[in-house]
Write a protein that binds this ligand. Structure first.
Ligand code: 5BU
Length: 452
């Protein structure tokens, strides 16, 4: 058996995939470019490839092999030699003289033909080949492709009843290259953004407006948060990481008009009380902002439930939004109540965080599946269905001595298409928190509008 990963790594050395900025035939800007033709320059790799492709079809049921011109022709030839199943050749254009045949080779009506394709994107060239082959009275059941760009082609073919077998998807390729240190995390993120249809600078696709996001969201807290953003022209969440309830109440009154939510770490308070929470709730109501408890749950479901509902703080009684890690797996999120918006932590802002690309992808998968989750904390873009909350935002500092890394509002909107900026010390530590809150609100809104 040939090792697929090993095959890919050897092929990569031939330059079959390049990373950078490329304009595809369709005019789309892509962060990678694939050309499998150089494989034919290595007979040993071409032979390995043919064996891998033949192995993909567990129950061979074909009497002919045909490659989609041109890149798959040597592959189909090698498969024919390997399997001793005859090859037929599809012309790209007819000869213009003689027989005008589009298929060359010896075959009889009713035979089944395996199609071979190098890279599948929309499936257009495959559909053309299928049409020609079927017009000659042959049947197509199985199709084998080396690489799926994951842009919908396979689904279209499946819908029409063709069975598509793929050796690699672009995600597989990226994961393998990343694992082998051949791609940097930043490049991986760029490519995954592109594949998520969420590409930023790369495709120049405009971001969704808050109004459009509101339509996409089912959760009432997400809708409410977006409504406040639209109404106040603000995407600012102030993180009031102070230790006295009086400081929070004072700041909340002063800056409440400029924020969509106030984020809290209730467990750092030295004088928590139910009266304090009631007062904060009434300020929130009056000033129209939500209460966001940054509890970062990270335990098994049963413990999280106790931490959420019990103890001194009884978070479930008053929070509109909470943060939770997904480290304990998807079921650990089931304990939060329906009326609270869960924001999962997909990626942290601190230097050396363990939330790498793979972790983030898995966190997104869990978050997308769970109806209680309205979005994620992250430092890069997310699928449109999730709201993006970005902490580590400061206009005057690049970081602190304890690992925090700061970006400007402008950068996180331009590069990640964030939805909400979370600002802590930039506001509560400043000499004039009201002025700063106004400044971050304006800067955040201006940066959001610039990306539309
Ligand atoms: P700062 O003072 O602006 O650094 O405060 C940032 C806040 O966001 C603070 O409450 C952190 O606990 C919180 N935070 C963060 O900074 N980075 C993260 O990745 C996550 C939360 Br998750």
């Amino acid at each position: 058996m040939i090792d697929k990963e090993n095959f890919l790594l050897k092929s990569y050395e031939l330059g079959i995939i390049k990373f950078g900025e490329f304009t595809l035939k369709s005019g789309i800007q892509s962060p990678f470019y694939i050309d499998l033709r150089p494989l034919a320059s290595s007979p040993s790799l071409l032979k390995e490839l043919s064996e891998l492709l033949l192995e993909e079809i567990q129950e061979p049921n074909y009497q002919l092999i045909c490659g989609v011109p041109y890149a798959a022709l040597p592959m189909a030839t090698a498969m024919s030699l390997e399997s001793e199943i005859p090859l037929i050749i599809k012309r790209k254009e007819n000869k213009g003289y003689g027989t005008k045949k589009m298929l060359e080779g010896i075959f009889t009506v009713g035979q089944t033909c395996l199609l071979v394709e190098d890279v599948i994107t929309s499936g257009k060239s495959l559909f053309e080949t299928i049409e020609e082959v079927e017009r000659e009275g042959l049947k197509v059941k199985d199709i084998v492709v080396v690489l799926d760009r994951e842009q919908g082609g396979i689904e279209l073919l499946n819908e029409k009843g063709y069975k598509v077998h793929k050796l690699f998807s672009i995600q597989n390729v990226i994961d393998i290259l990343y694992k082998n240190n051949l791609l940097k995390e930043k490049e991986v993120l760029k490519i995954k953004d592109f594949l998520n249809g969420n590409s930023l600078a790369i495709s120049k696709k405009p971001r969704l407006k808050y109004e459009e996001k509101k339509e996409l969201q089912e959760h009432p807290v997400a809708k409410k948060l977006l409504s406040i953003a639209i109404e106040k022209k603000s995407n600012l969440i102030a993180s009031l990481d102070v230790t006295q309830t009086s400081e929070i109440l004072d700041l909340a009154k002063k800056i409440g008009d400029y924020v969509v939510a106030i984020k809290l770490h209730t467990d750092i308070l030295t004088d928590f009380s139910v009266d304090y929470i009631n007062e904060l709730k009434s300020i929130a109501q009056e000033k129209n902002f939500l209460l966001f408890e940054d509890r970062k749950f990270g335990d098994i479901g049963n413990t999280q439930q106790l931490q959420f509902e019990q103890g001194v703080y009884k978070i479930s009684d008053w929070a509109d939004l909470i943060t939770s890690h997904v480290i304990a797996g998807e079921n650990s999120l089931n304990v939060f109540s329906e009326n609270i918006g869960v924001v999962t932590i997909a990626e942290m802002s601190s230097k050396g965080t363990l939330t790498d690309v793979t972790y983030k992808q898995k966190a997104i998968q869990i978050s997308e599946k769970n109806s209680k989750v309205i979005g994620c904390v992250a430092q890069s873009s997310l699928p449109d269905s999730l709201l993006l909350f970005t902490p580590g935002v400061n206009l005057d500092s690049k970081g602190d001595s304890k690992g925090q890394q700061f970006n400007t509002p402008e950068k996180v909107f331009r590069e990640y298409y964030t939805d909400f900026i979370i600002v802590g010390r930039g506001i509560y530590k400043s000499a004039n928190p009201v002025e700063e809150a106004q400044k971050y609100r304006e800067e955040g809104w201006r940066s959001y509008e610039a990306t539309l």
